[in-house]
Design a protein. Structure first.
Length: 339
């Protein structure tokens, strides 16, 4: 039995036939840079399935990043309304833990925006981010998120949580703006934060929209020592040949593959392939949407570096995150110490 088959079976996949997985392993045993040619068909198949899911969500008028609980009624706001929300302090950042799978230690957090709208109450990203993108307000909103996350991380460092880093999502319009690199530098300078503690997450689709621009912008950020990650990897349109041109630090495996990685041979193969590709390129592999112990065990056998998901902690306000990291509180019923 191949390494991936054994890992899949150990994680609970043995209850289903493993012949398809064995065939996938025989076909895709290459590691490191050799994966560039041998996993093309696997990734193409995954992307076809992913695009159909994304298209269905788009037709429903929600963000492709939305989870099931995000699918509430969206709010159609103007650019002026979004800017007023920023000025009036209606936006709030929640932080979801990033956990080292090997040690079980929390190494950082992803900053996620919420909107406490006076008339509608607490709004999740899928209810307002698509409209912020349409109006162009996403640039101002993204800048606010960046500044606020950097300031909060500096506060954590000053309180003794010195090893934490923060990860911030970057929208396509924000990434393409002429002032983006300067905005990042300004946020770091204002917070007196060392750049290596900030990580920017860019989706595959954004990175591949204008390859020349993406390489130029990422190269400038890399020279500043800012960390860079490709988000939702496996669902976008990037070619593996193009991927190696980006000065990256991490690949984040989309939750749609993690969800069934212990029960579906194809998702197990894709997860293994992405982790192997990341390691072969000298990058960290991050698994998004980890919810069960079986998923964690499978990822551990594949030596995935970092996990994110409700198993390691739900998104929470800064104060709750501080208590959570210190082991003083577990307000969301998450697992603070992974076995």
């Amino acid at each position: 039995m191949s390494r991936a088959c054994a890992a899949w079976a150990a994680a609970g996949g043995g209850k289903r036939p493993v012949e398809r997985l064995k065939a996938a392993r025989r076909k895709h045993r290459a590691r490191g840079i050799r994966l560039m040619g041998k996993f093309v068909n696997l990734f193409q198949s995954a992307r076809l399935r992913a695009r159909s899911v994304f298209a269905a969500k788009a037709n429903a008028g929600v963000s492709a990043r939305a989870s099931a609980k995000d699918l509430a009624t969206p709010i159609d706001a103007t650019d002026e309304r979004f800017r007023r929300a920023i000025e009036c302090g209606e936006l709030q950042l929640y932080y979801q833990p990033l956990t080292d799978i090997k040690t079980g230690l929390i190494t950082g957090a992803e900053a996620l925006v919420r909107w406490n709208e006076p008339d509608r109450g607490f709004l999740l990203p899928a209810q307002f981010v698509p409209y912020a993108e349409e109006t162009g307000a996403i640039i101002a909103m993204g800048d606010w998120v960046l500044r606020t996350a950097c300031a909060q991380l500096k506060t954590w460092h000053e309180s003794g949580l010195l090893d934490l880093r923060v990860s911030v999502n970057v929208s396509a319009k924000q990434f393409e703006s002429l002032e983006f690199v300067e905005t990042v530098a300004s946020a770091l300078k204002k917070a007196h934060l060392a750049p290596e503690f900030l990580e920017l997450e860019i989706t595959e689709t954004t990175a591949m929209k204008n390859l020349e621009l993406s390489i130029a912008v990422m190269s400038q950020l890399h020279k500043m020592d800012v960390r860079l990650a490709i988000d939702d990897f496996g669902t976008g349109y990037s070619s593996l040949a193009s991927l190696k041109q980006f000065p990256l630090d991490e690949l984040k495996i989309d939750r749609m593959f993690i969800r069934n990685c212990t029960s579906d041979p194809d998702d197990a193969a894709i997860t293994m392939a992405v982790i192997s590709l990341a390691h072969g390129m000298g990058l960290n592999a991050v698994a998004e949407g980890v919810e069960t112990q079986r998923q964690l065990e499978y990822l551990r056998t594949l030596q995935c570096n970092t996990m994110q998901g409700i198993l390691g902690g739900s998104a929470m306000p800064a104060e709750a995150f501080t208590r959570f990291v210190r082991g003083e509180d577990d307000p969301y019923g998450s697992i603070a110490a992974l076995p």
